[in-house]
Design a binder for this molecule. Structure first.
Ligand code: ADP
Ligand code: MG
Length: 386
């Protein structure tokens, strides 16, 4: 994992690469979804938070239409593009993310200038913490400031979604960038995916004597994208048979009747979404009324629902969750789309060591590769650093 460069370091690195000082520096965080999985495309509720791992960009506007980009990660060298000829088919590697944002802004009618851009990110890649949206959000806040485009947070949410969907080619919703753009320290972002309304909810784990541990299993199962598409299809079928616009419109009290109308598998998929939406609402209530110590059981129930009803967990995630819980976590669940990726464990600070050790040991005993285990804090959303 790269050590985040300080502001001064990023500035001087930029100057040595591009031969001039940047116009400014911006950062945007990755995110963890606290609860609300596979509810977004069912027009339901999610509760992610911005984390203290960020992508930072140093940017300078150029007088021409050339875009030059470099990341401190890897040794991929300087990449060139032209704002007058942005083409999804030609963009390669990580530059799809910044170029996708520029493209999406052009699609909105914004005249995007040429840029020099240096990226430095300490958001782990491909761990389900949305390192890609961290890049996109850092770039869009930078371009919004530099061009004085006056985009609202909501405009930026939609433009980064367009970038991911139509330029990068990833069928993602609005959760990740909403958390990255709108998160705040000690808060989770309660997002209604139907009307896209956002409410910040207190989630100061540290003040409650807790640590939120991410357990990155480093597993990525090959059926992840097929599994995702199949789950979406089941949800659409369920909504159609039940005669609703989306599963958001099915309540807990409708489940009994639904069980008579749906085949057994579709019913289990529907039950996950319906109960998960309810768990998000109850988590918000508990966080507002009692604080983070109260939500452990809801995290546990969420995991069981994904494992048994939605069937998107895997042995590594189940082991991480079970072991963390036995070692003292108040609650734990897989987070993200499933079939691999990360679990989270809400852990009393004095049990952190025990949880880390127990999970590491259990993975060794099971013959799994060592997981990466690290704490994350609910942190500020995208901002200008300098
Ligand atoms: P996630 O968003 O869950 O981390 P994605 O596959 O959507 O996973 O995005 C990961 C991709 O983002 C990487 O493959 C890489 O192209 C890009 N990326 C993330 N961080 C960096 C970085 N520091 N430098 C270059 N590219 C990065
Ligand atoms: Mg991503």
């Amino acid at each position: 994992m790269s050590v985040p460069a300080g502001i001064g370091e990023l500035r001087s690195r930029f100057a040595s690469v591009f031969g001039a000082a940047p116009d400014g520096l911006w950062q945007a965080p990755g995110r963890v979804n606290l609860i609300g999985e596979h509810t977004d495309y069912n027009e339901g509720y999610v509760l992610p938070f911005a984390i203290d791992r960020t992508a930072r960009v140093a940017v300078r506007v150029r007088p021409d239409s050339t875009v030059r980009m470099l990341s401190t990660f890897g040794n991929q060298g300087l990449t060139h593009a032209d704002t007058g000829a942005l083409d999804p088919a030609r963009a390669r590697g990580w530059t799809k993310y910044p170029l996708g944002v520029l493209w999406a802004l052009e699609q909105r009618g914004l005249a995007v200038p040429g840029l020099d851009l240096l990226l430095d990110s300490d958001v782990p890649r491909g761990a389900g913490l949305s390192s890609s949206h961290a890049i996109e959000c850092a770039v869009i806040v930078a371009v919004n400031d530099l061009t004085r485009a006056g985009l609202s947070a909501q405009d930026m949410v939609l433009a980064t979604q367009r970038a991911e969907n139509d330029f990068v080619g990833a069928p993602t919703g609005i959760m990740d960038q909403s958390a990255s753009l709108r998160g705040a320290a000690g808060r989770a972002v309660f997002l209604d995916c139907r009307d896209q309304a956002v409410r910040l909810v207190p989630f100061d784990a540290e003040a409650a004597g807790l640590v939120l541990l991410v357990i990155d299993t480093k597993v990525s199962h090959s059926h992840a994208s097929g599994g995702y598409a199949a789950r979406r299809a089941s949800c659409e079928l369920g909504a159609e048979v039940l005669g609703v616009r989306a599963l958001r419109d099915v309540g807990l009290s409708d489940l009994e009747e639904a069980s008579g109308l749906l085949d057994a598998e579709t019913f289990r998929r529907v039950r996950h979404v319906v109960t998960e939406n309810d768990r998000v609402l109850r988590t918000v209530e508990l966080l507002e009324a009692s604080g983070p110590r109260a939500i452990g059981a809801l995290l546990d129930d969420s995991h069981a629902s994904m494992r048994d009803d939605f069937e998107i967990s895997c042995p590594e995630l189940d082991l991480a969750v079970e072991t963390a819980r036995h070692a003292g976590a108040l609650g734990a669940r897989m987070t993200g789309g499933g079939f691999g990726g990360s679990a989270i464990a809400l852990t009393p600070a004095d049990a952190e060591r025990a949880v880390r050790d127990a999970v590491g040991r259990a993975f060794t005993q099971a013959g799994y590769a060592a997981p990466d285990i690290f704490p994350v804090r609910p942190a500020a959303g995208a901002l200008r650093l300098a």
